[in-house]
Each structure stands twice: as C-alpha cells, then as structure tokens.
Design a protein around this ligand. Structure first.
Ligand code: SAM
Length: 260
C-alpha cells in the first residue's frame, strides 16, 4: 500500500535520480563506512548508500515507514533503524572508535532546532550533509552585515566549516514543497576558529543579541554586558548585532565569562 506523505513529519520524498546522484557524489561513502541517516523515509538516499557499500544507521520517527524500508533494504546491505525523534536522539552513542558521518534530507519544520541539537554533539561528528530549505542554508553561510546573518550563522560557523553545494527545485520532491532546497556540507572544526572560554556564555550572549536584532548592542545586551564592557572589547556599543563577526562575539562572551 502506498504511503500518504505526512505534513506533520515534514515528508517530502526525493524522487529525482539526478539530484540523488549529485548527493551521493557529494557524500562519497566509502565501502564499509557507517553513515547515520536522519529521516530515511522511503529510502531515496538509504538504498543508494547501501548499494555503494555503506552501512546505514537510520533515525526515523514515523513507524509506518520503517517496516517497508527494512524490507526494501534487506537485499542491499546492512541497515539498522532506530525508531526515534532525532531532536532527542543521542547521536554520540553511535560513535564507536571513529567519528560519525551524518546525512539527511531533513524535515524542514524542525531543521533549526535539529541543527542546534547536533551542534551540541559535534565533537563526535566527522561531517554532515543535509538537504535544507535554501534560505536556511543561506543563513548558515551568511557573513556579517546582511539580513541573513543571525544566531544560526554565528553558532554554526563557530562549530563547523559551512559549504553550500547546490540547490534543488521543488519538482525533485513528492509532494513538492513550496520552497527551494539546498544541499550543504558541514564539517566540524578540529580546533575552534576563535577562543571561547565558556561555551554557555557564547550561547547565551548570541541568543540575547539577536532576540532584538534592530536594537543597538547597548540595548540588546542589557543585563549581560554594559557599555563599558562592550567598549573594552574594542566594539562600539552603538553597533547592531548583525554587524559583529564571530571573533567579536567570542570577545564579548569571554568578557561575560569573566568572574565579577
Ligand atoms: N530521506 C527521505 C527522502 O529523501 O526522500 C525522506 C525525507 S523527508 C523530507 C523527512 C523524513 O524525516 C521523513 O521520513 C520523516 O518521517 C522523518 N522525520 C520527520 N521528523 C522526524 C524526527 N523528529 N526524527 C526523525 N525523523 C523524522
């Protein structure tokens, strides 16, 4: 029986062979390598990954999809499916001796919280390849100054090198989403690109800074840092949150982390 795509699970299944081939080339799975796939769905990526010789550990929330997928994959290779919510899943426990390679055509309705969840586990991750809404990839890769630059840009770029690879139109999916999609590679840095003394301080500061992005730093950072603190980092308190680089956010957070 054919599966009725569920909107609440962000189900837009890939069916475009050319797009799937480009994705496989970008991932470049090696024989016997384990790939962790988020949301395997009906196996559009899972089966080619298995055929390429990979082992796949998949995390799928919709239990109705799992049995048919296991059936289809049986002849193709080793697939383990965890019926779970990827937002709560402990990916680190899948990392054995080596780091994880994670892939997914992600459910767009939860992509931002899912990315933040994965960033918390980035020490265990070798790389991530994701299909996302095009605007989300633009925000991830954005540089200071533009309207796309925000909390997601700063926090992703602190953890990972962001490489947008290509865009894919709605017609490559069934049902077709209302938005364009983009495929992106995220590679966690071996060593952080800036010195951050206390990660929780960076996280709190960036969150508060962008909560009211039209205000100046002197207003938006109230309660965390005062004007003198901001100036002590060499930053004009009259500037706005989207004008600051990752390096400048790191300096401000290190000031916040200082004991009183
Ligand atoms: N990989 C398939 C493809 O490319 O055709 C399906 C992609 S579809 C955009 C997203 C998939 O993620 C669906 O299979 C959906 O059931 C699953 N999903 C949705 N929310 C999830 C969650 N919180 N945790 C794990 N999987 C989820």
């Amino acid at each position: 029986m054919s599966h009725q795509a569920r909107k609440r699970f962000g189900q837009n299944f890939l069916h475009d062979a050319t797009a799937i081939e480009r994705i496989l080339q970008a991932i470049s799975v090696q024989p016997d390598q384990t790939i962790v796939e988020i949301g395997p769905g009906q196996g559009a990526l899972t089966l080619p990954l298995l055929h390429a010789g990979g082992r796949v550990e998949a995390v799928e929330l919709d239990r109705d999809l799992i049995e048919p997928l296991i059936g289809k994959a049986a002849a193709a290779g080793t697939l383990v499916v965890h019926q779970a919510d990827a937002l709560k899943f402990d990916f680190a426990r899948l990392a054995g001796a080596g780091k994880l390679r994670i892939v997914g055509n992600l459910p767009y309705n939860i992509s931002t919280p899912l990315l933040f969840h994965l960033l918390q586990q980035s020490d265990y991750i070798q790389d991530m390849h994701f299909m996302l809404q095009k605007e989300v990839v633009q925000r991830m890769a954005a540089q200071p100054g533009g309207g796309d630059y925000g909390r997601l840009s700063v926090m992703i770029q602190y953890h990972c090198r962001v490489a947008p690879l290509f865009t894919i139109g709605p017609e490559s999916f069934r049902p077709a989403p209302k938005v364009d999609s983009a495929f992106v590679r995220l590679t966690p840095w071996q060593q952080a690109p800036v010195q951050v003394d206390d990660y929780a301080s960076l996280d709190a500061l960036v969150k508060q800074a962008f909560a009211q992005r039209r205000k100046t730093l002197r207003n938006t950072l109230k309660g965390l840092l005062d004007e003198n603190d901001i100036r002590a980092c060499g930053i004009d308190p009259g500037r706005r949150p989207q004008e600051l680089s990752l390096d400048q956010y790191a300096s401000l957070s290190n000031r916040l982390a200082l004991p009183p």
